[in-house]
Design a protein around this ligand. Structure first.
Ligand code: WT7
Length: 666
C-alpha cells in the first residue's frame, strides 16, 4: 500500500452544525462523566503511557501470572504487551463470574430465526464451554493449534470460540457467507487441524447448508491437517458425515466432563486469526493477542457503551466479523453483561424485527451498522407497520453505529426514531486490525455531531497526517494514523510478517500505524470524520472487500474473461456498490447476451469468494482505459461507474475512445 491519499479522500469538510451534548442525567450516571473526566484519562495516558495501560490491565483482567513489563517495543513494529504475564481469555469471560452473584445472570438470550428463545446463565455457559473444550482436547486439539469455525449465529458458535481460548487453541472464524474456495484458502493458510461447523444455518426462513461447503473445501486438497470436523445439528436435516473425521456435537460431547481448567497462556499468545481484505488479491490473516486484545474488549464495553450491571446489550454483528468477536464473543462476557444473540436477518418475518426484538428483550444498548439502519429507514418509509414507532423502545439508553461512515441523515433518523431523541449515538470507528474501538464518543461525556466519530479514546494516539507523517491542520484532509502502539492492535499477518510491516508501518510514516482511511478533523472541536479508504478496499454494507480479490476471481474464469477492473461507486443503502469492468475473450456482448454473461460472472464470483462479493454492475468493453505504459486508469472507471461526466485530465490515456463505449449502459 502507498501512503498517498487520492484527491477524493482529501475532500473538504461538509458543514455540520448540529451538536448534541449529553443530557445532565446521562453525564451524572456515566462511568466517564463529562469531558473533564475524558480529558483527565487522556492526560493520564499521555503523561504516563505505560503506567496507564499497566493499571488498566491489572484492574480489568485476572492474571494467572502477573506481568512485570508493560510494553516491549524492542522489535517494533512487532510490539508486545504484558508479555511475561499469563492469563486465559475464557477464564476472564466465564470463571471470573462463577462464584459471584453474576453466575446466575443470563449471559446470552438467543433468538432464533423463527423466534424461538434460549437463555443461558454464566454458570451454564461456563459448563458448556468446559465440556466442548474437553471434547476438543479428547480429539487431540492442543495449545497453539488452529481451529476453523464456520458456524451460524448461535450460542454454540460462541461456545466453540471460548472453548478454543480455554485450551489455548487459536481460532479462525470464517463468516458463513464465504464460499468453499474462500474457506479452503483460509484452512490452508492457517494450517487448521479441526473445523467446527453446523449442518446449516437458518436465515429468513431458509435453511442454508454449511457442512456441504466444508466438505467441498476439504476436498480441494492440501487440508490433510484437518483431522476432525465437529458438526452442530442446527436442524434435523441430515448431512453427509465422513466416518473417522466427522462427528456430531452430541457424539463429541458425550461423556465429557463440564470441568475443564482454563490453560494459562502468555499474554501474547495468539487468541485468534481473522481474515480480512487488503489491497492485494490475497486476504490477510490478522493475528490478535490474548492479553492486550481482551483488555480493550473489556475496557471499551465499559467506556464506549458505559456498561452497567442491568444492561441488555445487543450487537447485531455476525461472529464471522471482528465486531462479532469483540462485541459478541468476548467483550460482553468479559464485562459480565447480558446480551442478545440473533440468528436471523433484520427483514424476516418483516423489517420491524429489530424494533420488535428490542421491545421483547427490553434491550438497553443497541449496536448495528449504518447499512442496516438505511435499509430499515427505507422499509419504514414504505410501510408504517414496520416503523420503529410501532414498538416500545423506551428501554434503550445507548445506540451504536459501526462499520462504515454514517451519513448525518441516517444518524438523525436513528437518534430520533429509534433513540427517541434521548439516547446518545456512539459512532465507533475501528477496524479488524485495531481489535476494538479507537475513535468513538463516550456517551456520558462527548457532545455528538452527526456523521463524526468524534475523538480518540484515551490512550489512542490517533492523528491526521500528510504522506510524510506531518500533522495536518484541522480542517484539512489527510491520512489517518495512530502514532503509538496500543494493547489490542494487530500483532502480525499470519504467515506474512513482511506484509504486516509494509501494509501498516510504511517507512515514510515515521513508525505510525497506517489505518488505510482518509480523515479530516473539524476546525472547531478537532472531531474526526472518516472520509473513506485510501487503498483499493471497498466497504459494501459494512463488509470489507478488496477490489483486487474480486478482479482475481473474475479473471480466474479463464474460458471467458481476459481482463477485469473493479471499482466502487457510492450507493445510498449499501454505502458502496461493486462495479466490474470486464473484457471478454470473445466479442463484447450487448443486450440480452450481456445480461446473461453478467449473471454467469456474478454467480462465478459468489462461488469464488461468496455472495457478498457479487458485483452489482458489470460493464463489458473491448478494452479498459489505460495509460501508454498499460496501467489501468481506475479514477476514470470510478467516474464512469458513478455515471459522472469525465472532466479529469485524460492526456495520459492511450485509448480515449474506450470511455465512450464503457459509459454506455449494457
Ligand atoms: C474499515 C474497517 C469496525 C469493525 C467493522 C469493520 C470502515 C469502520 C467506521 C466508522 C467510518 C468506518 C473504515 C475501516 N469503518 N467503522 N464508524 N466510520 N468508517 O471492520 O472490516 O476491518 O473494516 O471499515 O474504512 O478502515 P473492517
Amino acid at each position: 500500500m502507498t501512503a498517498s491519499a487520492p484527491a477524493s479522500a482529501i475532500e473538504s469538510m461538509l458543514v455540520e452544525n448540529r451538536v448534541f451534548p449529553p443530557a445532565d442525567a446521562i453525564v451524572q450516571a456515566a462511568r466517564v462523566s463529562g469531558m473533564a473526566a475524558y480529558a483527565a484519562l487522556c492526560a493520564e495516558a499521555d503523561g504516563d503511557f505505560e503506567g496507564f495501560w499497566a493499571r488498566q490491565a491489572r484492574s480489568n483482567l485476572q492474571w494467572s501470572r502477573p506481568f512485570t513489563r508493560t510494553l516491549d517495543a524492542s522489535n517494533a513494529p512487532f510490539f508486545q504487551w504484558f508479555a511475561d504475564g499469563e492469563l486465559n481469555a475464557s477464564a476472564n469471560c466465564l470463571d471470573r463470574h462463577v462464584g459471584t452473584p453474576t453466575e446466575n445472570k443470563t449471559a446470552i438470550v438467543f433468538e432464533a430465526d423463527d423466534g424461538a428463545l434460549t437463555r443461558v446463565s454464566y454458570r451454564e455457559l461456563f459448563a458448556r464451554v468446559g465440556q466442548f473444550a474437553n471434547a476438543l482436547k479428547a480429539h487431540g486439539v492442543a495449545k497453539g493449534d488452529r481451529v476453523l469455525i464456520y458456524m451460524p449465529m448461535s450460542i454454540e458458535g460462541v461456545v466453540a470460540m471460548q472453548a478454543c481460548a480455554r485450551i489455548g487453541a487459536t481460532h479462525s472464524v470464517v463468516f458463513g457467507g464465504f464460499s468453499a474456495k474462500a474457506v479452503h484458502e483460509r484452512i490452508v493458510d492457517a494450517g487448521a487441524v479441526a473445523v467446527v461447523t453446523a449442518n446449516c444455518q437458518m436465515r429468513g426462513g431458509k435453511e442454508l447448508p454449511l457442512k456441504t461447503t466444508i466438505d467441498e473445501a476439504l476436498a480441494m486438497g492440501g487440508c490433510d491437517g484437518v483431522r476432525n470436523v465437529f458438526v452442530y445439528q442446527r436442524t434435523a436435516t441430515a448431512c453427509a458425515m465422513r466416518a473417522g473425521r466427522d462427528k456430531s456435537f452430541a457424539e463429541a460431547l458425550a461423556g465429557q466432563s463440564t470441568d475443564c481448567a482454563a490453560l494459562a497462556v502468555g499474554a501474547e499468545h495468539p487468541l485468534f486469526i481473522l481474515y480480512t481484505s487488503g489491497s492485494t488479491g490475497k486476504p490477510k490473516g490478522v493475528q490478535h493477542s490474548t492479553g492486550g486484545y481482551l483488555l480493550w474488549a473489556k475496557m471499551t464495553m465499559d467506556w464506549t457503551f458505559d456498561l452497567r450491571a442491568d444492561d441488555v446489550f445487543w450487537c447485531t454483528a455476525d461472529i464471522g466479523w471482528i465486531t462479532g468477536h469483540t462485541y459478541v464473543a468476548y467483550g460482553p462476557l468479559a464485562a459480565g453483561a447480558t446480551q442478545i444473540i440473533f440468528e436471523g436477518v433484520p427483514t424476516f418475518p418483516n423489517a420491524g424485527r429489530f424494533w420488535q426484538m428490542i421491545e421483547r428483550h427490553r434491550c438497553t444498548i443497541f449496536y448495528t451498522a449504518p447499512t442496516a439502519i438505511r435499509s430499515l429507514i427505507k422499509a419504514a418509509e414504505a410501510d408504517a407497520a414496520v416503523h420503529p414507532a410501532r414498538s416500545d423502545l423506551s428501554s434503550l439508553r445507548i445506540l451504536g453505529s459501526v462499520g462504515e461512515p454514517i451519513n448525518p441523515e441516517a444518524w438523525m433518523w436513528y437518534h430520533q426514531n429509534v433513540g427517541g431523541g434521548r439516547c446518545p449515538v456512539v459512532d465507533t470507528f475501528w477496524q479488524t486490525e485495531t481489535g476494538g474501538h479507537v475513535i468513538a464518543p463516550l456517551p456520558g461525556a462527548t457532545p455528538l455531531v452527526p456523521g463524526s466519530c468524534t475523538l480518540p479514546l484515551p490512550g489512542i494516539a490517533a492523528a491526521v497526517v500528510d504522506e510524510t507523517g506531518r500533522d495536518m491542520p484541522h480542517g484539512a484532509g489527510g491520512i489517518l494514523v495512530i502514532k503509538r502502539p496500543w494493547p489490542s492492535m494487530i500483532r502480525t499477518i499470519w504467515n506474512d510478517p513482511e506484509r504486516f510491516r509494509k501494509s501498516y508501518f510504511p517507512e515514510e510514516l515515521r513508525g505510525y500505524y497506517l489505518a488505510g482511511d482518509g480523515a479530516v478533523r473539524s476546525v472547531d472541536r478537532g472531531y474526526f470524520r472518516i472520509t473513506g479508504r485510501i487503498d483499493d478496499v471497498l466497504n459494501v454494507s459494512g463488509h470489507r472487500m478488496g477490489t483486487m480479490e474480486i478482479e482475481s476471481a473474475l479473471v480466474a474464469k479463464t474460458d471467458l474473461v481476459a481482463e477485469a477492473a473493479v471499482v466502487g461507486r457510492p450507493d445510498a443503502v449499501t454505502g458502496e456498490a461493486i462495479c466490474a469492468f470486464v473484457v471478454l475473450k470473445r466479442a463484447r456482448p450487448t443486450g440480452e447476451e450481456a445480461g446473461q454473461i453478467a449473471n454467469e460472472l456474478r454467480n462465478w464470483v459468489a462461488k469464488e469468494i461468496g455472495p457478498i462479493a457479487k458485483p452489482r454492475d458489470i460493464r463489458f468493453g473491448d478494452n479498459l482505459p489505460k495509460t501508454r505504459s498499460g496501467k489501468i486508469m481506475r479514477r476514470l472507471l470510478r467516474s464512469i461507474a458513478k455515471g459522472e461526466a469525465i472532466t479529469q485530465d485524460i492526456s495520459t490515456l492511450e485509448n480515449p475512445a474506450i470511455l465512450e463505449q464503457l459509459s454506455q449502459t449494457n
